[in-house]
Design a protein around this ligand. Structure first.
Ligand code: NAP
Length: 295
């Protein structure tokens, strides 16, 4: 089984983006991402840290708004409104999940679609569904880049996705069924019957569930490519940090069946961040009247 290293692919993408940023900076355009983090969820703080590091390594200016867990909806909305109005800010990212008392959907609706670098806004998802996207949904497009850069052609293939979440599974199902991607897509969820049988017909199987090692070898047909989106922390008292990360796939026990698979960590996660950087560059280009880059 080939290990599809997302880390390597992310480095490749970042190195392709570097000259694009240099060109913008030469034209006095400093791509700028504003990151809003509410509360003290440790995993969210880690993700924000990774995004900040990626910005720094590329020369994208990043602004951080770290707000306490008891921030009100009104205060958060006022920050988003200010960032929408600030012409030096090209991308706005509000790290989810928000604390329970805050309404995520209203925040997504409020972000200016031209600064929606996560591609969560209904306008941008609508453009994707109508085959005319501006921004690409970050994790789905990251998955596409992993397939493309690993020589796995999804055209005409049966892609089975487990998980219909709005950030990964559902936009991925739309994207892979568009002309050009040309996959035949099956989207599974917790009410899907005979899920193992459906999965065993997949040429490409994607797990976006959030359940540790849910996808075992009996879900796979010989030669399948497996993409593991899940990030699950499992308690491990022997581990110095008290736990470790596993994906949705039982990675260690599929090597004689799958032809290729992404590991967790070091798979989809780093590529997702590189696509976020790609979207930041495109947001800066849109604000400057330049055409968006393709990849
Ligand atoms: P989500 O919105 O909670 O969606 C989870 C999906 O899994 C739902 O559609 C749910 O079905 C389905 N599901 C749950 N149990 C199932 C079962 N027993 N059988 C079949 N389907 C089942 O989650 P998400 O935001 O899409 O995230 C999914 C995972 O990806 C999480 O581990 C998250 O941390 C990870 N993630 C990783 C990245 C990355 O960059 N690597 C990015 C985003 C998310 P129902 O709809 O029927 O409830």
């Amino acid at each position: 089984m080939k290990r599809l290293s997302g880390k390597k692919i992310a480095e490749e993408i970042l190195s392709e983006l570097r000259p694009e940023i240099e060109k913008l900076i030469l034209n006095n355009i400093i791509p700028t991402l504003a990151v809003v983090l509410v509360g003290d969820d440790p995993a969210s703080a880690v993700y924000v840290g990774h995004k900040k590091t990626a910005c720094k390594s590329l020369g994208i200016r990043s602004l951080e708004f770290i707000l306490p867990a008891n921030t009100t909806q009104e205060d958060l909305e006022n920050i988003i409104i200010e960032l929408n109005e600030d012409s030096t800010v090209h991308g706005i990212l509000c790290q989810f999940p928000l604390p329970k008392h805050l309404n995520e959907a209203s925040i997504i609706d409020l972000i200016n679609p031209k600064k929606d670098v996560d591609c969560f806004h209904p306008y941008n998802l609508g453009r994707l569904a109508s085959d005319n996207p501006t921004f690409m949904p970050v994790t789905p497009y990251g998955i596409f880049q992993i397939l493309k850069r690993s020589g796995v052609d999804p055209r005409g293939k049966h892609v089975v996705i487990i998980g219909r979440g709005t950030t990964v599974g559902r936009p991925l199902s739309i994207m892979m069924s568009l002309k050009g991607w040309d996959s035949t897509v099956t989207l599974c969820h917790s009410h899907t019957k005979e899920i193992r049988t459906i999965c065993r017909s997949a040429d490409i199987l994607v797990g976006a569930i959030g359940r540790p090692k849910f996808i075992t070898r009996d879900f796979l047909k010989q030669g399948v490519t497996v993409i593991d989106v899940g990030i699950n922390k499992v308690v491990d008292t022997n581990h110095p940090k008290g736990g470790h990360l596993v994906g949705d796939v039982d990675y260690k026990n599929i090597s004689d069946i799958a032809s290729a698979a992404t590991p967790v960590p070091g798979g989809v996660g780093p590529v997702t961040i590189s696509i976020l950087m790609f979207n930041c560059i495109n947001a800066a280009r849109i604000a400057s009247g330049l055409p968006v880059l393709d990849m």
